[in-house]
Design a protein around this ligand. Structure first.
Ligand code: SAH
Length: 208
């Protein structure tokens, strides 16, 4: 299921991401290890290691590898971090986070995607907590989270997510209108206050 040819393509992808300015070695190592093709329909495997977004079920997309790397780097994930992801999609980003040693919680609104990601991540041996539901409400049971990552765009970050962010925690989200592009923002919670910085324009499917 992971032929040497794909391993070679992953190494090339990592070299490309490095050239594009990704510097977090743990992010790059995770991208080199996770078999992205398995998160796609077999008809798309040939394209799995190109730096582009690709269609998945439910009219959704698996984010472009550069975007995954960029968001993950901005999130500054450390082993043992409790991370909440909104928009499981294919499960690829969740696998990257798990590969980096995070304790991952991820919510998906499309049932079919939730079910597929669950089976796939389990099959690959990743221990992630998945939930089918509306990510705008967060997942209060396991809050607070050290890191929160939105992989779908909203005009603003839903309030419950801000509340479920731990003190000292980081939240990364594409913010803006449903018609892309949106702006990538990083929020850091310090002494109960949120500090916002802007990190460039990206294209995401809308948070619904
Ligand atoms: N992280 C994914 C990318 C998925 S694209 C991956 O690695 O493949 C964004 C995902 O967010 C889509 O699957 C979409 O169905 C989901 N989504 C949109 N609105 C949502 C909501 N309110 N709650 C949870 N998931 C949502």
């Amino acid at each position: 299921m992971d032929p040497p040819r794909y391993q070679g393509l992953r190494r090339k992808l990592v070299a490309h991401l490095r050239a594009q300015g990704i510097t977090d070695e743990r992010v790059l190592a995770a991208i080199e290890r996770v078999p992205r093709h398995l998160f796609l329909e077999s008809g798309l495997w040939e394209h799995a290691y190109e730096d582009r977004a690709l269609p998945i079920a439910g009219g959704q997309t698996i984010s472009q590898p550069y975007t995954v790397a960029f968001q993950t780097q901005l999130l500054a994930v450390e082993p043992g971090c409790r991370v909440l992801e909104i928009g499981t999609g294919s499960g690829y980003q969740a696998a990257i986070l798990a590969e980096m040693g995070a304790e991952v919680y991820s919510i998906e609104r499309v049932r079919e995607l939730y079910q597929r990601a669950k089976a796939l991540l389990q099959g690959l041996g990743y221990l992630v907590h998945l939930r089918w539901g509306d990510g705008r409400l967060g997942w209060p049971t396991y809050a607070p989270y050290d890191r929160i990552l939105l992989t779908a765009a909203a005009p603003e970050v839903p309030d419950p997510l801000l509340q479920q962010l731990a003190e000292g925690g980081r939240l990364v989200a594409p913010v803006g209108p449903p018609q892309a592009p949106q702006e990538m923002i990083l929020l850091i919670k310090k002494d109960g206050q949120l500090h916002k910085t802007y990190h460039g324009r990206f294209r995401f499917v809308p948070l619904q």
